[in-house]
Write a protein of this length. Structure first.
Lengths: 389, 160
């Protein structure tokens, strides 16, 4: 029999995270620092709107691009928070999570052989999505000494004649790095000069802890070459609702909507009604969660300092990315040993790209009590390793 | 700073001072001073413990009492409220807008104890026009704390 699977798909490696999930799920009494989703429940008023929509019998498809009132609220929000104006009718698409927006943007923008620049360490989907869309992913390795920001020099060094798209994943999962306005201005210059496009993944935009997030589309000359994507999962603790969105110039959104129409039809209706409520009345919830995350972030940084585990201070998302190079193990070995000996699940940095090797992603989407238990175990482990040296 | 301290300790007054300082990005002395100032200014009025008495053997009856009163010239409701809140069995007294004036929350050991407080002490006050007593059958949530069993963390252990 012939191989039923396409070569392109066979060539894609499964995510390194899956392996850890399998290992950890088989063990008992595991405390995890490995999740990529908020520990908060979706605020009740948002859930209630979802329930109410079901009670009212709003169980049909919405228009392909999403509920009009949701698109209007998304545009209001982006104007209010990021200073970018989009047309809800022609420049906004509601998607099934941010992930769908990533997939769609790549599919509609890439011709076979077009190069996609992907700064790493970063979220696991960009690279496979680029490959599936027929593009050629080119990794830019971000550096600890730059606090995992993308510099102008790094970008210039990676651009070739074939470069079409740059993925901009900030605030970053897994490093927690953010790009400040001046960092964005420096790379915007290059992007415009070299005539490439940007897919800006701003799913963690609400979770920054020193300065407010800056959208690259708000910089002069960038709006017309940027797909801004965001969603409800992280800001409003709505991961299971599967709802995100993309905003971009109408010629891009029209094509993304076309593919979305054939692949998905429309994003879940219940989630869309809940999301309208989130955008209208959710600012207070976001602020409350941000404050809780920030406290935990400082708590973790302090704990690592006491443990003597080097870690740059991240100002975004809900991850810290300590360095474990001193122990002479790969991050996967470290994580496996930590899981086996102390039953703490973390994600090895290498799961987010080769340059994540030597680091761990530690999530602080946990209550302080849970964090303390996990950190206690981690500290014991680190002490033991240091004692053996 | 103050607002942030209060947000943290409102939910957990036993929080370790050092940890609190770390989470606020401050130092222990500053936080401790701020707290003691707020205690002196009575911004912070006390530290209590949330107890679900239903889970203990203790016999307790709680009642909400709506009280209609005649406000007094020059003193409004304050002096009548004071006469009521000075009883130790009275847990809370609020001045209320709407159909009645004072909401009194009362705790006693038995129904009889509560009803005799209402009939002997409360109703006999000159300014009290009427009372309506509601006994609490079950407490679901108090001071922002839900008494039902906490949900387990149902998230997958490791996700991207």
């Amino acid at each position: 029999m012939r191989n039923p699977i396409a070569d392109k798909v066979m060539g894609i490696q499964p995510s390194g995270i899956r392996k850890f999930f399998d290992l950890a799920s088989e063990m008992e009494d595991v405390v995890s620092l490995g999740v990529g989703e908020p520990d908060f429940d979706t605020p009740w008023h948002i859930r209630d709107e979802g329930i109410y929509s079901l009670e009212k019998g709003r169980t049909f498809y919405t228009s392909n691009a999403g509920l009009k009132e949701l698109r209007v609220e998304i545009c209001n929000y982006l104007k209010r928070r990021c200073g970018v104006t989009y047309d809800p009718n022609r420049e906004t698409l509601v998607t099934v999570g941010g992930s769908e927006a990533i997939d769609l943007a790549m599919r509609v923008m890439l011709n076979p052989g077009d190069e996609v620049l992907i700064p790493q360490p970063s979220f696991v989907s960009y690279l496979p999505c680029a490959v599936l869309a027929g593009g050629v992913p080119k990794v830019i390795e971000l550096k600890n000494e730059n606090q995992f920001r993308l510099t102008k020099e790094e970008l210039l060094g990676a651009i070739t004649d074939k470069t079409k798209l740059l993925v901009l994943p900030f605030p970053n999962n897994p490093t927690g790095a953010v790009m400040r306005r001046e960092d964005l201005e420096a790379i915007a210059e290059v992007i415009i000069e070299k005539d490439i496009f940007v897919l800006s993944d701003e799913i963690y935009a609400e979770l920054t802890y020193d300065t407010d997030h800056v959208s690259i589309a708000s910089l002069p000359g960038m709006r017309e070459r940027t797909v801004t994507m965001n969603g409800f999962s992280k800001a409003y603790a709505m991961t299971g609702w599967r709802l995100g969105y993309a905003c971009a110039p109408s010629e891009i959104i029209a094509q993304m909507t076309k593919v979305h129409q054939f692949a998905i039809m429309s994003a879940p209706t219940t989630s869309q009604y809940a999301a309208v409520e989130a955008l209208r009345n959710g600012d207070g919830d976001v602020q409350e969660m941000r404050m809780a995350y920030n406290g935990r972030r400082r708590f973790l940084m302090h704990a690592f300092q006491e443990m003597g585990l080097p870690c740059f201070e991240p100002f975004g998302a809900f991850y810290v990315f300590p360095c474990i190079k001193e122990f002479g193990m790969t991050s996967e070995e470290f994580a496996e040993k930590l899981l086996a000996e102390e039953r703490v699940a973390v994600v090895p940095g290498s799961a987010f790209g080769d340059c994540g090797e030597g680091y761990l992603r530690i999530s602080y989407a946990y209550s302080l009590e849970d964090l303390k238990v996990a950190l206690g175990r981690l500290e014991k482990f680190v002490k033991r390793l240091k004692g053996n040296k | 700073m103050r607002d942030q301290i209060l947000t943290f300790i409102e939910k957990n007054s036993r929080i370790n001072l050092k940890e609190l300082a770390v989470m606020l990005g401050s130092d222990e002395v500053t936080v401790a001073n701020e707290i003691s100032e707020m205690e002196q200014e009575q911004v912070i009025c006390g530290y209590h413990t949330m107890i679900d008495w239903d889970k203990t053997g203790a016999e307790k009856v709680t009642a909400l009492i709506e009280v209609r009163v005649t406000p007094q010239r020059g003193q409004g409701f304050d002096s009548i409220a004071e006469r009521i809140y000075n009883y130790p069995e009275v847990k809370s007294v609020y001045l209320i807008s709407g159909g009645y004036d004072l909401m009194v929350i009362l705790e006693g050991k038995t129904l009889r104890e509560v009803s005799s407080f209402v009939s002997d002490k409360l109703s006999t006050l000159d300014t009290v026009l009427s009372t309506a007593t509601h006994f609490i059958l079950k407490k679901y949530k108090d001071h922002g704390t839900i008494f039902a069993k906490k949900n387990k963390d149902e998230r997958m252990l490791v996700t991207p």
